[in-house]
Design a protein around this ligand. Structure first.
Ligand code: FA5
Length: 341
């Protein structure tokens, strides 16, 4: 290697160092020129083999080049790490008055829209809005709701169990009935919107993760008439003043009697259409009078107090309202689905 070639190597290396934009690139250059097998290191190793007359000059020059490169690499390394720590270079500036890019704003999920609408309606009737744990105990999810371990109703609500602690992902929002009774006593009125989980063979109407909205009222002499009156007001506010409500017997272990709540189809006004499958009615909740065993589990005397409870399928309400024909779209993570609402 001649002195001229050594100068060329220095120019090339400095040029490359000037262009790096991150620590990785810089480290690669350091290895390329100054590493154990680096270009300059190799040259320095061969200086001893040169004729004596050239040896001194080449040795000095190679060492000078090494120092220049090492110090330039050190300088750039420091500047990059300062930049990484948030330092602003003189030619950089931030316009704090600039407005945000418009199309980055989010919006409410259709389930949240229905949830907030129902929260407003129930709050106006004196109901508290409460939140409950999604990871629930077997006791509150089943036993306190009159569903002992041998009860066949457990099979209809299979879920995801957490090993060891008697904990599970709640299958419905009903566990909050007993939790709320324990905390507030009677009289009481509350709704509990929230996420529920079931071990489902999923299809267009069943997901492993979905939303419900629980509601209950405990007071003196509460009857099915109170249940119907409250839920008819809710149905009319939700779907319009001409909406009717019908209750048909259905078994739930935690209510006695238990009912299925249906409203006149808001699309065909009860005449029969694709949405209601030509029945004219849409099933939107389960409900009934709170079973005496559940009141007792909540520390409330069933001889003195009575109450009603209901559970809306919130995801189902959103599907009906927005004409969504497959529940699996909600958890699909497909932004094109959500952008439609
Ligand atoms: C219950 O969960 C009762 N806890 C409701 C209740 C509360 C009855 C208080 C009486 C008193 P059910 O399993 O039917 O009941 O579920 C209620 C609603 O949740 C259903 O109508 C449906 O809309 C919704 N739902 C249930 N399972 C799923 C699922 N896998 N995917 C989506 N929605 C579901």
């Amino acid at each position: 290697m001649s002195q001229e070639q050594l100068q060329q190597l220095k120019t090339r290396a400095l040029d490359e160092i000037k262009k790096v934009s991150d620590q990785n690139q810089l480290q690669n250059l350091e290895i390329k020129y100054l590493g154990r097998k680096g270009e300059l290191t190799k040259i320095l190793r061969t200086v001893g083999e040169l004729p004596e007359a050239e040896r001194g000059k080449m040795g000095d020059l190679a060492n000078q080049v090494k120092q220049v490169l090492a110090s330039e690499i050190g300088r750039v390394k420091k500047s990059l790490s300062e930049k990484g720590a948030g330092a602003v270079e003189e030619n950089e500036w931030i316009d704090v008055t600039a407005s945000k890019v418009k199309d980055g704003f989010g919006h409410l999920n259709p389930v949240s829209k229905i949830q907030y609408e129902l929260e407003d309606i129930f709050s106006s009737m004196g109901f508290m809005v409460l939140d409950g744990p999604e990871l629930e105990s077997e006791y509150y999810n089943f036993e306190a709701l009159n569903i002992p371990s041998w009860h066949p109703a457990r099979e209809m609500q299979d879920t995801f169990y957490v090993e060891g602690d008697g904990l599970l992902m709640r299958t419905h929002t009903s566990p909050m009935q007993v939790r709320t009774m324990e905390k507030y006593g009677a009289p009481l009125r509350a709704i509990v919107p929230g996420r529920c989980f079931r071990n489902e063979a999923t299809d267009a109407r069943h997901e492993h993760t979905f939303y419900q909205l629980e509601g209950f009222m405990v007071d003196k002499n509460i009857s099915m008439a109170n249940l119907k009156a409250v839920l008819e007001v809710v149905a009319k506010k939700l779907y319009g003043p001409e909406t009717h409500l019908r209750l048909r017997p259905k078994y739930y272990p935690f209510v006695e009697p238990g009912v299925n709540g249906e409203v006149t189809c808001f699309l065909c006004k009860g005449k029969g259409c694709r949405l209601c499958k030509n029945i004219g009615w849409l099933e939107i909740f389960g409900a009934g009078l709170i079973h005496p065993n559940v009141l007792k589990a909540g520390g409330i005397n069933p001889e003195k107090w009575s109450g009603f409870a209901f559970g809306f399928g919130l995801t189902r309400l959103a599907m009906l309202k927005y004409g969504i024909d497959d529940i699996r779209l909600f958890c699909s993570g497909d932004i094109r689905f959500l952008n439609q609402f």
